[in-house]
Design a protein around this ligand. Structure first.
Ligand SMILES: Cc1ncc(COP(=O)(O)O)c(C=O)c1O
Length: 377
């Protein structure tokens, strides 16, 4: 156990290391908002929206209060509600299905494939053929790797339904050279602090190339108001705070550097853990994987996790229970065995520290502990 004794703790994510070098520009940006006393929407938010749209390669970006709200707004804007079904995956954060259910629609699950952790497009045709009420396909770009969105778009176009990207974990990720949020009809992003571009609280964004949709989304986030005190739809109250936009605008300048650091960290883990556990491998269509999470698949996962925790290494399980088995979805009557790949992954996956500021020494130490656990030191 010599490795353990040498280690100081390595958390899953240490945001203080990101903040320290940015303290001054971020505090200046926050102060400017405070001095202006303009907190809701306004020029700062518009400036950040435009930069974010450009970053994704989309024509429009519309800020909102969270990634969950982004999904709900997208569904609302596309008139998806009671009686409709939406194709999505059971292996994702709850918000993906929660938003569909909040819209009054029903999530119809398609299992994921183990290599990419994303929607298995080989199962799409069957799912679409057996569910005539499907009014949208909602893939998730899990862990920062894009789902194989092209085949979904093909089917969606044929059926005249939209593709809503859950890009909450995937800012900057690419599918065949196109960035998340600019592949389907509309992209939904989260600025939750643990995301690659994280705010100082909740925040979200929608991206689209469709002018009418952008206009509707802008109205929906302010109670469906197209002009002051004229309400076209019920909408909701969901804005990106000017304070959050100010912080995110500073951070956006550094996002590409952080992404490259995450990719370097991932490559080092893959080298050090080769043959010991299953490391994630970017698929050919994932022309840039941004590693919001670096997730291995391994035997005796919970034991390994406890061993790493004892040694001061933070890890997390995303996600321990697939959505079809969650209590909130019990009324749909799913049972264990319905989506076997998701169920298997829920037992095997483990997210390791991957944040940009990790040192090579830390990654080597984490990998060394994992090798030691499996008797491969
Ligand atoms: C895949 C996915 N979808 C949606 C969300 C919801 O985003 P938020 O927490 O900003 O509401 C998250 C956030 O963790 C997510 O990971």
């Amino acid at each position: 156990m010599a490795t353990k004794a040498r280690l100081r703790s390595i958390p899953l994510l240490d945001l203080t290391r990101q903040y320290q070098p940015l303290r001054e520009p971020i505090q200046t940006a926050i102060s400017a908002v405070i001095e202006s006393q303009r907190f809701i929407l306004g020029a700062g938010v518009e400036h950040f929206e435009q930069r974010f749209a450009d970053y994704c390669g989309a024509r429009y970006a519309i800020g909102c209060a969270s990634g969950t709200d982004a999904l709900e707004l997208a569904l609302m804007a596309l008139d998806i509600g009671a009686g409709d079904e939406v194709l999505t995956v059971p292996f994702t954060f709850f918000a993906t299905a929660g938003a569909i259910m909040s819209a009054g629609a029903r999530p119809v699950f398609v299992d994921v494939e183990p290599e990419s952790f994303n929607l298995d497009v080989r199962q799409l045709d069957h799912a679409l053929a057996t569910h005539p009420r499907v009014k949208a396909i909602l893939p998730v770009h899990l862990y920062g790797g894009c789902a194989d969105t092209g085949p979904m778009i093909e089917r969606a176009v044929a059926r005249r339904i939209p593709v809503i990207e859950d890009a909450a974990q995937a800012v900057g990720a690419e599918w065949q050279g196109r960035r998340a949020g600019a592949i389907g009809t509309v992209g939904c992003f989260s600025f939750f602090p643990t995301k690659n571009l994280g705010g100082f609280g909740d925040g979200g964004m929608l991206t689209t190339d469709n002018e009418d949709l952008a206009r509707k989304l802008k109205a929906l986030r302010i109670h469906g108001s197209v002009e002051k005190y004229m309400h076209q739809w019920p909408g909701m109250n969901s804005r990106l705070d000017a304070l959050q936009a100010a912080v995110l605008d500073v951070k956006l300048d550094h996002l590409d550097d952080w992404t490259r650091a995450r990719q370097r960290n991932a490559a080092l883990y893959c080298e050090l853990l080769s043959g010991v556990v299953t490391t994630p491998a970017a698929q050919p269509y994932q022309t840039s994987h941004v590693y919001n999470q670096f997730v291995i698949r391994c035997a005796r996962r919970d034991e390994l996790r406890a061993f790493l925790a004892e040694s001061g290494v933070g890890t997390e399980v995303y996600y321990p229970l697939p959505l079809h088995l969650q209590p909130a979805l019990v009324s749909y009557g799913h049972k264990a065995g319905d989506f076997p790949v998701s169920e298997q992954l829920a037992k095997e996956v483990l997210a390791l520290p991957i944040f940009a500021e990790l040192t090579e020494e830390e990654i080597t130490a984490v990998a060394g502990l994992i090798r030691e656990f499996y008797g491969r030191a």
